[in-house]
Design a protein around this ligand. Structure first.
Ligand SMILES: [Zn+2]
Ligand SMILES: [Zn+2]
Length: 656
């Protein structure tokens, strides 16, 4: 028995394209496995604990439970609409989950992996309370970025332990926080270093996750504080504390398996106690928790370990890094569903855009192209033409003799799909069936059945039989990606979606009694896409500061101290792919400026070059390196292209 899970959605906000980036490929994976006769359980659920939920509930004037229930219901509806079918979609705010978490924590305590320790914690003297996680903001001690209590989410991405954040500020009242001592409990993560190194060598999954995690484990591993000062959450046994949300959230996978098994009449212990096959689908932002904390906790408490960790690449929206606060987001309900787009278009886009491990860029224009040119013009066109022709001219047809070249092509496609599933590369599967559809179109077009029907009906029937076999294979191969459309189309040749099997793609269809086909997809028109683009631009503008004027005065422009600087020295910033440290002569002094150009320029090729510099830019620290000023460059699809003056000019020359 195989278990497939998805990273839990956090029940404090609405579903967006970032969630679907992981859930749709996982759903596609499970559907393919089932069509390959594998027994699979597929679970997920709402992550209900932690400080952001308490903070949001306070802001909305409702209880954390009310907040969680609201978003839980929303997610259930969204998943249903997008045809993501979990066997069980639970909540970590359930009695069973509290029981399972308590069991694991008690086992860790009993096995000697948990110890108490007095630590310094951020405390607000005005609010008179300790400030766990999101209640505190400050500076990341590793990279100098602005960070939240337990995570440097805008900088280096590290998990931060309580007490680590520098210059802590209370998120509730804005006062400077102080550090105060309190007793908390720690998990001996350092005891698991050797185990984790072996685990990360053996475990299957995507390299983007595993490489990242291996680097972390090889570096500095520290014990992990697993308790928090909070009312909301799973109580830590015998103390007035709750367990940290990242202790109990992944335990949800076990709780939800129990519930799914109850429903399906199976034994959850076969999976979690007896080494069943466990595959976690996650986003890149939660690799640390799934590749380090989670396996160590399972090992320490005697549960089964994951067999595969599959991480999807990040999401971009219209070429910019996904960000809810900056407006680079696509909301599933508000933007997508309410505009009436077919859910299969989005499923196809997400699966087919790129490799599962790479960044996915969502653009409305490309969305339209993929829907109209690929799904409609290639895939839908073949099915509709064949079905309509066969229905109109034959009605009933016996598929008993199929062109061997076609069977060969179907077999090839099937092999590609099987390979793609083994390699977690769902694009490969969707490319394969799209190629088969294109092949079908060519076959139909060059055989000209509309002429044959008048001259040689027998030969025409043979051609259409072959096309129908190919159509049947296409329905089977595409079902996991676009289930809604296929569920409609299978009725034309009297198939049932719950009986679809990959092997059947090669079995001759036999006698078919055709029904009148419907057009499979509705074309997306330009107006609708323009409307979506406009909506996005407006949202981004709002996020940038409301009604900001787009025109600026000469006065405004004069505030910028723009000069030509000469790059004296350039070197790459250690451990950074992007950043380069530059020493630039700006006329009256030499400035240290950090620029994101390392991927596109080498230090040698830019030393001595003249570039425009914004001199009175606020100083900042990037990866711990101070930067005073900013160089200007052209932005070509996110890649910097340096600008140089037309003639040689002295360093420090002003720009007007
Ligand atoms: Zn950081
Ligand atoms: Zn305060």
């Amino acid at each position: 028995m195989k278990l497939v899970t998805c990273g839990l959605p956090y029940a404090n906000g609405k579903a967006h394209i970032g969630h679907l980036r992981t859930y749709i490929p996982a759903d596609v994976y499970v559907r393919y496995l089932r069509m390959m006769d594998e027994e699979v359980i597929f679970v997920c659920g709402s992550d209900c604990h932690g400080t952001p939920i308490v903070v949001n509930a306070e802001a909305e004037g409702i209880s954390p439970r009310e907040l969680v229930n609201k978003y839980h219901k929303h997610f259930e509806e969204m998943l249903k609409a997008i045809n993501i079918e979990f066997d069980y979609f639970g909540k970590t705010d359930s009695e069973e989950h509290h029981t399972r978490t308590k069991d694991i924590v008690e086992r860790l305590v009993k096995n000697g992996y948990v110890y108490p320790k007095e630590i310094e914690l951020a405390y607000c003297p005005v609010c008179k309370r300790f400030l766990p996680d999101r209640y505190v903001e400050g500076i990341c001690p590793y990279c100098g970025s602005h960070a939240r209590g337990d995570e440097c989410d805008q900088g280096c991405g590290r998990h931060l332990e309580p007490g680590e954040i520098l210059k802590p500020k209370c998120k509730i009242c804005g006062s400077n926080a102080i550090y105060r001592k309190q007793k908390h409990y720690f998990f001996r993560l350092t005891d698991f270093k050797e185990f984790l190194l072996d685990f990360l060598e053996d475990v299957d999954g995507t390299e983007n996750a595993l490489n990242y995690a291996r680097q972390w484990v090889k570096g500095e591993l520290r014990d992990w504080c697993i308790t928090r000062n909070l009312e909301w959450g799973v109580k830590f046994p015998g103390e007035d504390l709750v367990v940290y949300v990242w202790v109990d959230a992944p335990i949800g996978y076990i709780t939800f398996t129990e519930k799914a098994c109850e429903k399906l009449g199976k034994d959850w212990k076969e999976i979690w106690m007896d080494g069943g096959e466990i595959i976690h689908f996650i986003g890149l932002d939660i690799v640390y928790h799934h590749c380090i904390f989670w396996p160590a906790m399972l090992k320490g408490s005697g549960y089964s370990l994951p067999d595969g960790i599959v991480a999807s690449g990040m999401v971009k929206v219209e070429g910019k890094t996904f960000s809810k606060s900056r407006g680079y987001v696509v909301w599933v309900e508000e933007d997508y569903l309410n505009s009436g787009f077919s859910t299969d278009f989005l499923r196809y886009y997400i699966v087919n855009y790129t490799s599962h491990q790479k960044d996915l860029n969502f653009s409305w224009e490309l969305f339209k192209e993929k829907a109209n040119n690929e799904l409609i013009a290639t895939f839908g066109n073949f099915l509709y033409r064949v079905f309509h022709f066969a229905w109109k001219n034959f009605g009933e047809i016996n598929v008993s003799d199929v062109d061997s070249a076609l069977l060969e092509k179907i077999s090839e496609t099937k092999k590609k799909i099987e390979k793609s599933i083994r390699e977690w590369e769902f694009k490969m599967a969707s490319d394969a069936f799209m190629e088969l559809a294109a092949f079908g179109n060519n076959y139909f077009q060059s055989a000209k059945p509309w002429e044959l029907i008048k001259t040689d009906k027998e030969e025409c029937e043979r051609i259409i039989s072959s096309c129908l076999q190919l159509a049947k294979a296409l329905l089977i191969f595409a079902y996991p990606v676009i289930p809604k459309t296929i569920s409609k189309m299978v009725e034309v040749i009297d198939l049932k979606t719950d009986e679809l099997n990959l092997e059947d793609a090669l079995k001759l269809a036999g006698k078919i009694n055709l029904r009148k086909p419907e057009v499979p997809f509705e074309k997306i028109d330009d107006d609708k896409i323009e409307k979506m683009e406009k909506l996005m631009i407006e949202r981004i503008r709002k996020a940038e500061g409301g009604e900001m004027e787009t025109e600026i005065s000469l006065e405004d422009f004069k505030k910028l101290d723009l000069r030509i600087g000469k790059i004296i020295k350039a070197e790459r910033v250690k451990k950074s792919k992007k950043l380069m440290k530059l020493e630039i002569d700006v006329g009256d002094e030499v400035r240290q400026i950090v620029a994101g150009i390392s991927e596109d320029y080498s230090p040698e090729e830019i030393e001595g070059k003249l570039v425009p510099v914004l001199v009175n830019m606020k100083p900042a620290k990037l990866m711990g390196v101070e930067s005073r000023g900013m160089i200007l460059a052209a932005d070509v699809d996110g890649k910097p292209v340096l600008l140089h003056p037309d003639k040689d000019v002295p360093a420090g020359a002003g720009i007007r």
